[in-house]
Write a protein that binds this ligand. Structure first.
Ligand code: HEM
Length: 129
């Protein structure tokens, strides 16, 4: 059961970054599909399942934010990823700001994955330590 939920979680992780990258690309080339109904709805479906599976896993192994540092780090990372994503795809006023936010969001995302794999708050930042 745990493994099945983890597979769902990781599948959503892949769908999330694949979808974000595609929307980032569409943002850069001003693609009309960026404003398609499905483009606006699907990310919410994926992110809801991603978070739902995350909470289920955390409850199953009793590792909670503010108690397990690596889980806290993931929650903070996810919030930053969401905020940067909103700037990249919607709120950024200039193209430069949107591109910078997009690249930063992908970097933060990769850090969250490295935290998940290492169960260490530093994740890949550990290479600078
Ligand atoms: C903030 C909400 C999140 C929580 C509470 C959470 C929690 C968890 C938990 C409990 C596991 C299982 C760990 C294990 O059994 O080894 C897991 C695995 C994983 N999570 Fe998350 N997660 C969250 C968000 C994310 C996000 C946003 C990403 C991607 C950027 C992500 C990427 C992963 C990956 C790649 C694994 C598999 C790690 C492995 O195979 O060892 N998680 N997560």
């Amino acid at each position: 059961m745990y493994q099945a939920i983890k597979n769902i979680h990781v599948t959503c992780v892949i769908l999330s970054i694949a979808g974000f990258t595609l929307r980032g690309w569409w943002m850069l080339v001003d693609h009309r599909l960026l404003n398609h109904r499905l483009t606006r709805i699907l990310p919410h479906v994926v992110d809801t399942v991603l978070l739902g599976s995350a909470i289920t896993l955390a409850v199953m192994i009793e590792q909670y934010p503010l108690q397990a540092p690596w889980v806290t780090a993931k929650v903070i990372g996810l919030i930053i990823y969401i905020l940067l994503g909103a700037v990249a795809l919607k709120r950024g006023r200039t193209r430069g700001v949107r591109v910078a936010a997009f690249v930063s969001a992908v970097v933060v995302f990769s850090w969250i994955v490295s935290v998940a794999l290492s169960k260490n708050v530093a994740g890949w930042l550990a290479v600078f330590a």
